[in-house]
Design a protein around this ligand. Structure first.
Ligand code: ATR
Length: 265
């Protein structure tokens, strides 16, 4: 029940119809008896700054989540950034403090690493192959570096983007072995798909040489639907440990809720 005491949260996106955040958060609020609601807010890229300026003045607004296409454009509109947001250069969660200040942070990467750990997989000291070099990959790369992986190799269709991520991560983590690689799993202990390959049934696999998958490898996907992507299916056939996309989302929700200060977690 929404009452006069209910705290408001939002998710800002364009388009908005596909977002799952309201379902996930409102279920979370209900299950934990939290007096809050999260509503979808459809804002065009060109209107973002005007909307955010107005949101600052809403005194019962606890904060908001942002997704496509606002994750980078929102950064200069924040008054302060958390460490992950500052490193990655984009944010997906913004808290509104009681004085109206907006504090942004990025939980894609922390959610992924938290998800791995929630399943008993520790990335510290491991040789990791990250497939993809988009927004999610960038956040995951910084989080893996922070988690202490020994090698981080990035493979991407557009090599230049993989190169850019390695250069940015190298500035922060000069001792980490970073390289642009081919999408060959041979020699890696953790393989992560952050490309969109696997969402559609006729997509090619995000790795070349699936025959190089071996039983001791952990193969992770960040795709949520289908739950078992073609990559995870082939990895399972080769006896690998497989890790689903939902683990990242589950951990992200917890981290976002804590950051947004929604109450009992
Ligand atoms: P997200 O925010 O989810 O990371 P994104 O920034 O659009 O989304 O990144 C999509 C990733 O999937 C990129 O690594 C992209 O490769 P390019 O950088 O070469 O575009 C990858 N990707 C998407 N479609 C692909 C395809 N058909 N083949 C190979 N890689 C693909």
């Amino acid at each position: 029940m929404i009452t006069g005491t209910t705290k408001i949260y939002g998710i800002i996106a364009d388009p908005i119809k596909q977002v799952r955040t309201p379902e996930v958060f409102n279920k979370y609020f209900k299950e934990n008896d939290i007096d809050a609601v999260l509503v979808p807010i459809n804002v065009a890229e060109s209107d973002l700054s005007q909307v955010v300026e107005g949101l600052k003045a809403i005194r019962n607004l606890g904060g908001f989540i942002v997704t496509v296409p606002h994750k980078t454009n929102i950064v200069p509109l924040c008054d302060e950034l958390g460490k992950a947001g500052e490193m990655v250069g984009s944010v997906n969660t913004i808290r509104r403090d009681p004085d109206g200040r907006l504090i942004g942070n990025m939980f894609d990467g922390l959610g992924f690493v938290g998800g791995l750990r929630s399943q008993g997989y520790e990335p510290a000291g491991k040789k990791v192959l990250l497939l993809g070099a988009g927004g999610a990959a960038s956040a995951i790369a910084f989080a893996l570096a922070e988690a202490g992986v020994s090698t981080l190799a990035i493979a991407n269709r557009t090599k230049r983007k993989a190169q850019q991520i390695t250069e940015r991560v190298a500035k922060r983590y000069p001792d980490l072995t970073l390289l642009v690689a081919e999408s060959d799993p041979k020699g890696y202990q953790i393989i992560i798909n952050s490309t969109s390959l696997g969402m559609n049934p006729d997509d090619q696999l995000p790795i070349a040489f699936p025959e190089n998958l071996t039983p001791e490898m952990i193969v992770a996907d960040i795709i949520m639907k289908p739950e078992t992507t073609a990559l995870l299916e082939v990895a399972e056939k080769h006896g690998c440990l497989i890790h689903y996309g939902r683990h990242m989302l589950d951990q992200q929700i917890k981290l976002m809720a804590r950051f947004l200060d929604v109450g009992e977690q």
